[in-house]
Design a protein around this ligand. Structure first.
Ligand code: DAH
Length: 346
């Protein structure tokens, strides 16, 4: 080998060393980087490794085997790195392209609990903590459970207090099938199916043939309560209701227990709370939140419970009104329209 040939061989091996370092250090962290790597080192036209092979072929015969060996190793290094880099990219998410500080994207937006469901849960929770169990009954009722067993006499005007949505007319052989007008028939179902003592609440939907306005709707929700045992008195009723109202509204809520009438309780009372008008400080008004009373002995007799031995109390409250007060909702219809702009606020 002459001097020029020697120099060419040395230059080549120096460039192989440099290329080895460059291949080891090259970026393979993305598809684009892999492609750049491929073109830069292995490209057919101007790839570094390809170029080195071309130069190797111009070396004198005796210098070629050694150079060829190191170039083959170099090419293998490049193809191996490229293969490994692509494999890693396929396996791993493209972390390099993701801003890890971005909040996650929800594939399915989470819904929210309907305010009526929430209010029912709040009310039910308070009574559960006072030892009440939860009972349940059908929304389609017959006359006996909805009215007769609850001591509504056949032609008593009290039946008109509840504009009933009938599925079968009262004159039909069934005596009337209806959408229940209140949750009180669950009292009858529970007592007919078991023996005292009873200590239960019955949350649920009720229906009435009402003109639909901002304050009344054809369906709404109630929570019924029933306690029957030996020696139950009106003091127990008042205690439970006041405890409930303080837990639900506030410890210092003003309460008023006012005489009333229901066919299925005697005596009967309604519970009012004082509600401050937020827009007029210092002003407010009494608002009825529930009906209640001592279970009428006729009701106990209707379900075969000894009314000489047992006494009981019952109560029934609407759910929509407390929900409207609590959430500041002024139109009851909003609860049933399922407008997401409304629902998403809860
Ligand atoms: N059922 C009555 C209504 O719908 C509410 C009611 C009042 C329920 C007094 C009771 C009660 O259990 O004792 O208006």
């Amino acid at each position: 080998m002459n001097t020029d040939e020697k120099t060419a061989a040395e230059l080549l091996s120096g460039d192989v060393r440099q290329a080895t370092e460059d291949i080891a250090a090259a970026d393979l962290s993305s598809e684009e980087a892999c492609e750049t790597f491929r073109v830069r080192f292995l490209g057919q036209r101007s790839g570094i490794v390809t170029g080195l092979f071309k130069r190797m072929k111009k070396l004198p015969q005796e210098a070629r085997p050694a150079a060829g060996k190191s170039l083959n190793a170099l090419r293998k290094l490049a193809t191996d790195r490229l293969k490994a880099g692509r494999k890693a990219l396929k396996a791993a998410p493209k972390l390099a392209e993701v801003d890890l500080t971005l909040p996650g994207r929800r594939a399915v937006p989470a819904g929210s609990v309907h305010p009526i469901t929430q209010t029912l849960a709040d009310i039910t929770g308070i009574f559960r903590r006072m030892g009440f169990t939860v009972a349940d009954g059908p929304e389609i009722e017959d006359d006996w459970h909805n009215f007769t067993a609850l001591n509504f006499p056949p032609d008593h005007p009290a039946r008109d207090m509840q504009d009933t949505l009938f599925l079968e007319a009262p004159e039909s052989s069934s005596g009337g099938i209806m959408l229940r007008t209140h949750t009180s028939p669950v009292q009858i179902r529970a007592m007919a199916a078991g023996n005292p003592p009873f200590r239960l609440i019955a949350p649920g939907r009720v229906y009435r043939n009402e003109t639909i306005t901002y304050k009344s709707y054809c369906l709404f929700h109630q929570v019924e309560g029933l306690v029957v045992d030996e020696g139950v008195t009106m003091a127990d009723l008042k205690h439970v209701l006041f405890t409930f109202a303080r837990a639900y509204f506030s410890e210092d809520v003003r309460l008023r227990f006012r005489p009333s009438f229901f066919p299925f309780t005697e005596p009967s009372a309604e519970l009012d709370i004082w509600w401050d008008l937020p827009e007029k400080p210092g002003e407010g008004r009494w608002m009825e939140i529930l009906g209640s009373g001592m279970v009428d002995p006729n009701v106990l007799d209707a379900v075969g419970i000894d009314s000489e031995k047992y006494t009981g109390y019952a109560f029934g409250m609407g759910v929509e009104r407390p929900a409207m007060l609590q959430y500041g909702i002024e139109d009851i219809r909003l609860f049933y329209e399922n407008d997401v702009r409304f629902l998403a606020q809860f």
